[in-house]
Write a protein that binds this ligand. Sequence first.
Ligand code: GGG
Length: 367
Amino acid sequence: MSYPTQPVARIAVIAGDGIGREVMPEGLRVLEAAARRWALPLEFHAFDWAHCDYYLAHGQMMPSDWKAQLAGMDAIYFGAVGWPATVPDHVSLWGSLLKFRREFDQYINLRPARLFDGVPCPLAGRKAGDIDMLIVRENTEGEYSSVGGVMFEGTEREFVVQESVFTRTGSERLLNFAFALARSRPRKTLTLATKSNGISISMPWWDARCAEAAARYPDVAWDKQHIDILCARFVLQPERFDVVAATNLFGDILSDLGPACCGTIGIAPSANLNPERRWPSLFEPVHGSAPDIAGRGIANPIAMIWSGALMLDFLGGRSSCDARWRAAHDGIVRAIETVLRDGPRTPDLGGKARTTDLGSAVAAALA
Ligand code: GGG
């Protein structure tokens, strides 16, 4: 069969630290299998920086010309960052991942949480499909600001302050995206994570931006919930959530909690999007570098693999691209479903399989 010519998708591959280096080869194995199966022109470019060994050798997480090195890339496929035994976590995170998010204006962090058949759910009585939510996390500002400082350091008067920053542009674009996403889903519902009873200036303002966005999407039912009770309801009634819009910190917390309620964060993917495609978007597992299991070959690669599927779907949205990219995304998700139901299990899923066993099984299920 012959296909129309497609623009090549250039993908920067950055494995990072810890289990990022173990799950990345499995993600690539599946992407290569998908590229063969759907005739997708993928080009991979590996970058050996944005990890803590690089920091120890160079005093910074990335080379000074990192942005120039990534020029022309359509996406970044990222593993994990952090090795706190040698580099403080805030140094490694702000020196790499948070730089990408900020400087490439990846203002949406899309994080699905879904209960799959075959994954032991810690919540009684739930079956596959009961939990299916999309957390939309603001990704460039909010509580993750670099505005603040220390005074009188090392004295009795030592004083530290760090501001949360909510801009109208940042909040509106996040909420518009979340409402549009909710509109595209069958349940058409959105929950806003807030804390406007306790945080009495910025959070009522955040709620008001949400009410304004809601008026533009009258067909979407929405409510707001304070973050404390929202966390409790994630555990007690997760099936009630569809799209959940949240600030940077609240979204970070909810997007570990949601997948944990579905059995493991080892399968949770994420897409850090610049929806306008002015800059490359970044696709990474929700989980971090997991130093406690790194080097043992037992990390679950599904989050990395599913993130790769999200990347193909996003790349398919480039103008003049055809339906094969969406087909490849759907095919990978189906292969993940098959393997989680019938295939080998890593220890987080209650088994003894190795990272490579799951990667091979997903790739084989694509054929
Ligand atoms: N693969 C994602 C990763 O390495 N995450 C490390 C982390 O601590 N991330 C915090 C965040 O997403 O804000």
